[in-house]
Design a protein around this ligand. Structure first.
Ligand SMILES: Cc1cc2nc3c(=O)[nH]c(=O)nc-3n(C[C@H](O)[C@H](O)[C@H](O)COP(=O)(O)OP(=O)(O)OC[C@H]3O[C@@H](n4cnc5c(N)ncnc54)[C@H](O)[C@@H]3O)c2cc1C
Length: 465
């Protein structure tokens, strides 16, 4: 038997632009694509996220088979499953894409104690340790981080690796456990072909209006690539490269500016990955110690109303219903509902963070924590606790015709557009005309926004001393 390499698949469910796979193929007579089902990760994953992953693995196995290989599946934890697997092979080096969450880092450190683990880029374009201030400290503010990030030349698609044309066979006789069956996730076909297709379609179309339309809840103005980036059905480099080439080919400054805004979002993703890497405590408590003592309300009924889309604020309810039904929510929606939970209901952001992880297909500890701490005002931003969204105004601005409300809160679909966002302003005589009764057909508001706003300002002030 010659050299055997294991390609240990984690968040890189793709054959194209896969630096770990490319390295595993060098000098190997046999390459074993291995996925380890980690009980800790699988059991905590949102059902739709789990289904997306399992379908993507199934599709990857299919792709591997067409190239003369196959996927081997084992059960974890990795630090026991991997050494046992290597014993079966006699010896093998392990090639994997580096991941940065505290769970992933601890797992890899434990594994590397007993075997030859080699890690490669792919989750982000810039490793968290490569974007540092002059004194070597990590950036904690987005804008200077971003400036440094753009200091490195951007890739184009020509810099991305193609899929291998063929793969060496997997050694005979290796057992693979069956993948648990999962229904497809509507709206998010789980394959790297679908991911690349979506990236190409987006960069040739909606990207050119991204800056102007990205906040519109009623339009399809964003890429919906987040689940694909989450599980590496495309690499971070591919996403950047396709946007960069679109920018190089754009004819006007206006078009370049639209594209730039999308690239900036990819930088946010990397910024939060770096924040979690350098400050893992954010998963347990606020980034800023000054906000550790906010007097959060213990309000299980309010929390349940928020989770179930029954707060009486249509835009909040529409977004929360979209989350539970589809496993995805628009970024503007995420900001609105997160602001509502933390600032209007004064419920701890960690409750919202957990509910999002329980439902999102793209649920990612770094981006999710970053988004929640940003909205709660406990994160890396300097003075954000005054930022309290008015849910009605947000709805009117980002869903001007109320189409998004009509889609997700059908109880309000018959009302004229402005009333869909503020049904409590509908005069009773007019309400009767529509056969609509607030409190009967749709809940009364859980809380008055002006009152809630002041309550939060007072609570944050108290916490800051
Ligand atoms: C409270 C809250 C929680 C969030 N939780 C998650 C999460 O668990 N997983 C997740 O991927 N994103 C999260 N985000 C960020 C953002 O909302 C989603 O990435 C985005 O809505 C996904 O839709 P899209 O792919 O169409 O994004 P696009 O607008 O097309 O953006 C392209 C990509 O950039 C990245 N991105 C965009 N905005 C952000 C951002 N603010 N922070 C980090 N990355 C970003 C995503 O990978 C996204 O796919 C959260 C935001 C908030 C406010």
């Amino acid at each position: 038997m010659g050299h055997t390499h294991i390609w240990w698949i984690r968040r890189d469910l793709r054959l194209h632009d896969n630096q770990a796979l490319e390295a595993a193929l060098q000098g190997a007579d046999q390459v074993v694509p291995l996925f380890i089902i980690e009980p800790e990760l699988m059991e905590s994953a949102a059902p739709k996220r789990r289904a997306f992953l399992l379908n993507a693995l199934d599709r990857l196995d299919h792709q591997l088979k067409t190239l003369g290989s196959r996927l081997i599946v084992r059960r974890g934890p990795a630090h026991t499953a991997l050494p046992a697997f290597i014993d079966e092979l006699n010896d093998a080096a392990v090639f994997a894409q580096e991941d940065f969450s505290p769970f992933a880092r601890q797992r890899d450190q434990a594994v590397a104690k007993s075997l030859d683990l080699r890690l490669f880029p792919g989750v982000v374009r810039q490793h968290p340790e490569t974007i540092l201030k002059e004194d070597g400290d990590p950036y904690i503010v987005y804008t200077p981080y971003k400036q440094e990030w753009y200091g490195q030349p951007l890739p184009t698609p020509a810099d991305c690796l193609p899929s291998p044309a063929a793969l060496p066979p997997v050694p005979d006789g290796l057992d693979s456990q069956p993948l648990p069956q999962a229904d497809p996730v509507p709206g998010f076909p789980s394959s790297s072909e679908a991911a690349l297709g979506r990236l190409i379609e987006f960069t040739a179309g909606a990207l050119l209006n991204y800056q102007s339309q990205r906040n519109r809840l009623d339009l399809d103005g964003t890429s919906r690539l987040s689940p694909y980036l989450r599980f590496g059905l495309i690499s971070a480099r591919e996403a950047v490269a396709h946007a960069h080439i679109a920018s190089l080919q754009a004819n006007t400054d206006a078009a370049r500016s639209e594209i730039q805004t999308w690239l900036d979002e990819l930088v946010w993703r990397e910024f939060y990955t770096a924040i979690l890497f350098h400050f893992p405590h954010v998963l347990e408590r606020p980034f800023r110690a000054a906000y550790e003592n906010i007097p959060w309300r213990n309000a299980p009924d309010d929390l349940a109303a928020w989770q179930n889309g029954q707060t009486g604020y249509p835009v909040v309810d529409a977004c929360m219903r979209q989350l539970v039904e589809t496993g995805w929510m628009h970024n503007r929606g995420r900001m609105i509902v997160a602001s509502f939970l933390t600032k209007d209901l004064l419920v701890n952001w960690q409750e919202g963070e957990a509910w999002f992880m329980h439902n999102l297909i793209d649920g990612d500890p770094a981006a999710n924590n970053g988004g929640w701490q940003w909205t709660a005002g406990t994160g890396t931003d300097a003075a954000p606790y005054f930022r309290i969204f008015n849910p009605a105004t947000q709805g009117l601005r980002h869903d001007p015709q109320g189409d998004f409300i009509a889609r997700w809160v059908p109880e309000l679909a018959e009302l004229p557009a402005p009333y869909r966002h503020e049904p409590w302003t509908l005069p009773p005589a007019e309400a009767a005309q529509y056969g609509f009764s607030l409190g009967r057909d749709y809940p009364e508001r859980l809380v008055d926004h002006s009152y809630a706003r002041q309550r939060t300002l007072d609570a944050y002030k108290k916490a800051r001393g």
